[in-house]
Design a protein around this ligand. Structure first.
Ligand code: F6P
Length: 319
């Protein structure tokens, strides 16, 4: 193992730069050449590759986004594109690969491993939708962003006696809504994992209004449906003036939280050390605060469990 490549792929996530920094510095510490592959699997196919040194990753641990940039590569899914990627890895003499991203990225990592390239996956996505790990890098930074938005929206909703439907990201996973709704003190949380009843949401808002509450914050996970439909329905059922805030890509940026920086740094180091130990084909995760390494196949096949108990807590505490 003399040369290791690193790439970031799919939706970017705060903390990716901290992981890149850890991979580069652990590699250099072990006299390994680290090649940065730009723009994910697209950059790999196009040979958009540069050698990294200690200065390449200076002053990035606190930066959101990914200094290597990212992409969602259709070409990599084709046989021709995949073969080009393998050829490039051989041309550059890359002996091992560290890939940062979500489930799609890990599926690509598995394909490369099956083609003989020792590969390690690091779970980076704000969605926290990978069942084999307690948390993915970027998740808590996105939650922090949403909690800050909830606080700001609560101010103006109180001033005007309004309800506000705050739509958050997460694709088909409700964890951003769940964690930010609980931490932000939302009145209701609507997630894809739990059937919701609009009459119940309306009743809670009316009861709150009757005891003098001047705001009603409903956090809606994007995987459920259209925030404007929910707002219209709530307004009609309650008579409460209702607005919509779609947070969108603001959840993908910002300086990573301490937790995401620590997780990213530990995983970056572990990834290099696994490759040095000839243990490719693994996906890193965190379980009960320990870094774990699972076969990528097993990681991808682990079903995401929704935290129903936490969901019940959010309902209980917002009576
Ligand atoms: O997977 C991360 C994510 O931010 C999802 O939560 C969101 O639905 C999607 O990416 C948005 O994709 P894009 O950045 O391609 O618009």
């Amino acid at each position: 193992m003399k040369t290791i490549g690193i790439l970031t792929s799919g939706g970017d996530a705060p903390g990716m730069n901290a992981a890149i920094r850890a991979v580069v510095r652990t590699g250099i510490y072990n006299d390994i050449k680290i090649l940065g592959i730009k723009q994910g699997y697209s950059g790999l196919i196009n040979g958009d590759i540069q050698e990294m040194n200690l200065s390449s990753v200076a002053d990035i641990i606190h930066r959101g986004g990914t200094m290597l940039r990212s992409s969602r590569s259709e070409e990599f899914q084709t046989e021709k594109g995949f073969k080009k990627a393998i050829d490039v890895l051989n041309i550059f003499g890359i002996d091992g690969l560290v890939v940062l991203g979500g489930d799609g990225t890990l599926r690509g990592a598995k394909k490369l491993y099956d083609a003989g390239i020792p590969t390690i996956g690091i779970p980076c996505t704000i969605d926290n939708d990978m069942g084999y790990t307690d948390y993915t890098i970027g998740f808590f930074t996105a939650v922090e962003t949403v909690v800050d938005a909830i606080s700001k929206i609560r101010d103006t909703s109180t001033s005007h006696g309004r309800a506000n439907i705050i739509e958050v990201m997460g694709r088909h996973c409700g964890d951003i809504a769940l964690y930010s709704g609980l931490a932000g003190g939302a009145e209701s949380i609507i997630v894809p994992e739990v059937e919701f009843n609009m009459d119940e949401v309306a009743k809670k808002a009316i009861n709150g209004r009757n005891r003098g509450k001047l705001h009603h914050i409903i956090v809606l996970a994007e995987g459920v449906g259209n925030a404007y439909d929910v707002a219209k329905d709530l307004g009609e059922k309650t008579g409460i003036d209702t607005r919509v805030t779609i947070l969108g890509h603001i959840q993908r940026g910002g300086t990573p939280t301490t937790f995401d920086r620590v997780l990213a740094s530990e995983m970056g180091r572990t990834a290099v050390e696994l490759l040095l130990n000839e243990e490719g084909g693994k996906s890193l995760g965190t379980k009960c605060n320990n870094i774990i390494a699972l076969d990528i196949e097993e990681a991808l096949n682990t079903k995401k469990e929704f935290d129903v108990k936490m969901y019940e807590t959010t309902n209980l505490l917002s009576i």
